[in-house]
Design a protein around this ligand. Sequence first.
Ligand code: SF4
Length: 216
Amino acid sequence: MPEFILLEQKKAKTAIEILENKYKNVSYYLNFNGPMQLLVAAILSAQTKDTVVNDLTPELFKKYKTVEDFANADPQDLLNYVKKVSFAENKVKNIISCCKIINENYKGKIPNDMNSLLSLPGVGRKTANTILINAFGIVEGIPVDTWVIKLSYRIGLSKSKKPDEIENDLKEITDKKYWKNFAYVIKEHGHQICQSVKPKCEICPINNICPKNGVK
Ligand code: SF4
């Protein structure tokens, strides 16, 4: 295992700026219409490909239109719509419980603050940040998904493997104007160039900064 090298702050900022500019047209990847649909799609997307979620949500949202519909859903019926996602049974339980709580405590409206979102079953900081940013335009953190965890470590932006610590490290070095899209930029870089097995370092726009340039 190659040694970990933390980038000095100036270089980290430059690397982030270069990546943000290269992938400036990326945006959030799950299809949704309104906060409730985003909450449901985001819960379904954990450890599941976006394309799988985007394929099933049109039919799902045709049947289940409101928070109340989900709160009163028959678990087996809901499961039939979402069975292609991983951990489908657990996610069904969480979606129904979330929607019951939202119905009872928030008058059927998805809350738009971090603490309330974190109190919902199946909602961690990644999902809460995603909902705040994409459904409400509130940017108070950076969603940390598996690509962010992997590439932040590889590029030397954070030495932690824990999402909360990574988020704090990234917030220190990333201009706030980039927080909104940071996770999607990193994911795109992972797909196009910094792939898990054979990163294409020779064409990478930050290869003169990244400590893992050419490291096998
Ligand atoms: S230089 Fe290589 S390891 Fe570093 S970010 Fe670019 S592709 Fe990834």
